[in-house]
Design a protein around this ligand. Structure first.
Ligand SMILES: Nc1ncnc2c1ncn2[C@@H]1O[C@H](COP(=O)(O)OP(=O)(O)OP(=O)(O)O)[C@@H](O)[C@H]1O
Ligand SMILES: [Mg+2]
Length: 251
């Protein structure tokens, strides 16, 4: 079943065409990647899906409903949940407190001074479960700002999971990570997809990761959809090669 569909979506910022006439369709349960050179429009594409920016033209559908005019919060409730290119956590709180805050927010009980014991236990269980899922149980009491960068990004994913995503959007989840941290993140993404049956769309610059785990790859360049297909298809696409060689030539 089609979970997400963008119909000829464009987003202009003044004269700049950040996303131009892009159509995209993704099924429930897929693990997909968006790639493209810097400034290709990848984050803007995510912003159009999450509602952070409205499209200049075109339509966005999620689970059979047009969400084009829906607010971010509405989309989150429907299950469209993202992480950011730059880490977003409460740095002075512990891993547990960060995740607990998300769990309470999702349960609609945030800031309530008093909760029945059964509810408190349920929230604690859910928090523990998500910390376990992402592999941070041993570091649950650590203050997030003192964790390694890779672990901080994992905390972000745990927070995203508190919102019960149906579609998880990850913007450069391995950016700035060392090899071991990257492996851990890749393994986590794989497990979220295979074990928790999450539909995942991620933006990534590291081709070995993209080719290693994405079932299908969508290539953006200068806001346009340049190519789409499996790793084998996309890696031999002459236009894709030209876009990336052009990028290397500039660097
Ligand atoms: N809110 C905004 N206002 C003006 N221009 C913007 C805005 N957001 C993005 N842009 C521009 O749109 C273009 C696409 O940006 P975007 O961030 O989507 O690219 P990207 O593919 O995510 O790049 P990167 O790989 O560097 O993260 C860029 O030229 C960027 O400067
Ligand atoms: Mg970006």
């Amino acid at each position: 079943m089609s979970l997400l569909r963008l119909d000829r979506v464009s987003r202009h910022f003044g004269k700049l065409q950040a996303v131009q006439d892009v159509s995209f369709e993704m099924n429930e349960g897929e693990l997909r990647a968006i790639i493209g050179p810097n400034g290709a429009g990848k984050t803007t594409f995510f912003n159009l899906i999450t509602g952070f920016v409205p499209p200049t033209s075109g339509d966005v559908w999620f689970a059979g409903e047009s969400i084009r005019d829906k607010a971010v919060v509405y989309r989150v409730k429907k299950g469209i949940v993202r992480t950011f290119q730059i880490t977003e956590v409460f740095p002075d709180l512990s891993v547990y407190e960060n995740v607990r805050f998300g769990v309470e927010t999702a349960a609609g009980v945030n800031g309530r001074p008093w909760l029945p014991r059964a509810k408190r236990l349920e929230l604690a269980r859910r928090t523990d479960e998500l910390i376990e899922v992402v592999g941070l149980a041993a570091k649950a009491d650590r203050v997030v700002s003192e964790l390694a960068h890779g672990d901080q990004r994992v905390v972000e994913i745990a927070i995203a999971l508190t919102m019960n995503p149906r579609l998880l959007l990850l913007d450069e989840p391995t950016a700035g990570m060392g090899d071991a941290e990257t492996d851990h993140m890749v393994d986590l993404i794989r497990r979220l997809h295979s074990e928790r049956k999450l539909s995942i769309l991620f933006i990534e610059h590291d081709m070995s990761i993209v080719f290693g785990i994405a079932q299908k790859i969508t290539v953006l360049d200068h806001g346009r959809l340049l190519a789409e297909g499996t790793a084998a298809e996309v890696s031999v696409d002459p236009q894709v090669r030209a876009a990336y060689l052009g990028e290397e030539a500039k660097a």
